[in-house]
Design a protein around this ligand. Structure first.
Ligand SMILES: O=C(CO)[C@@H](O)[C@H](O)COP(=O)(O)O
Length: 215
């Protein structure tokens, strides 16, 4: 069964308490932390995540698009993250950071930009819970899915199956009602979607429609 992680980046920031209620039937809440350095945009930090934590029973899926994420793992774990994802591109000691995340009792995810090859994960594969494939260049919501990422998803699925490990494939960027069925068939386990959910009149209904189109 596919899992859903609506990204609040596309929600109405002036009304987040109400916005997150609309997606309470999802599985995770996707929290995009951006620092204006690793990505050109600045979003929000641990203070907002802490403030939202009492108002949702969803698992908090914190996606750190920041440099030096190793300095902030404890903070993001303590404000209520269940899953913490760091980008391989900014971490020198990936094995160590994954351990840091797990030591805090969180699931560990590693994200890859569209242009980053899968082989950077070869020697940490046995420690990762989730691989987050960026299917747009990170930094902004509302971009179009990069078509070549289909091949990357299929390749990663094969790699995981060959290794016999229990790693979930999460994708992020440009997911919508038109491409979700094909993406599900390609092997995606967790869908992050921002605009396709929050920019519709009825996010709960859109989420349900997306579920119907997945395995
Ligand atoms: O991490 C990011 C963007 O960097 C995403 O989580 C976006 O928020 C996804 O937005 P949509 O493409 O679904 O609008």
């Amino acid at each position: 069964m596919s899992l859903f992680s609506p990204s609040i980046l596309a929600a109405d920031f002036s009304n987040l308490r109400e916005e997150i209620k609309k997606v309470e039937k999802a599985d995770f809440l996707h929290l995009d932390v951006m620092d204006g350095r690793f990505v050109p945009n600045i979003s929000f930090g641990p203070g907002l995540i802490k403030a939202l934590r009492p108002y949702s029973s969803l698992k908090f899926d914190t996606h750190l698009m920041i440099v030096e994420p190793e300095k902030y793992i404890t903070t993001f774990a303590e404000v209520g993250s269940d899953l913490i994802t760091v980008h391989a591109e900014v971490v020198t000691h990936l094995d160590r950071v994954i351990s840091q995340i797990k030591d805090k009792g969180c699931k560990a995810g590693v994200a890859l930009n569209p242009s980053t090859p899968l082989n950077v994960l070869e020697y940490v594969l046995d420690k990762i819970d989730y691989i987050l494939l960026m299917t747009v260049n990170p930094g902004y919501g509302g971009q179009s899915f990069i078509p070549l990422m289909f091949q990357k998803i299929v390749k990663l699925k094969e790699l995981i199956q060959e290794s016999n490990l229990d790693i979930k494939i999460e994708i992020d960027g440009g997911v919508n009602l038109d491409n979700i069925n094909e993406l599900s068939n390609a092997g995606v386990d967790i869908f992050v979607a921002g605009s396709a959910i929050f920019k519709t009149d009825n996010p709960a209904d859109t989420l349900a429609k997306m579920r119907e189109k997945t395995k």
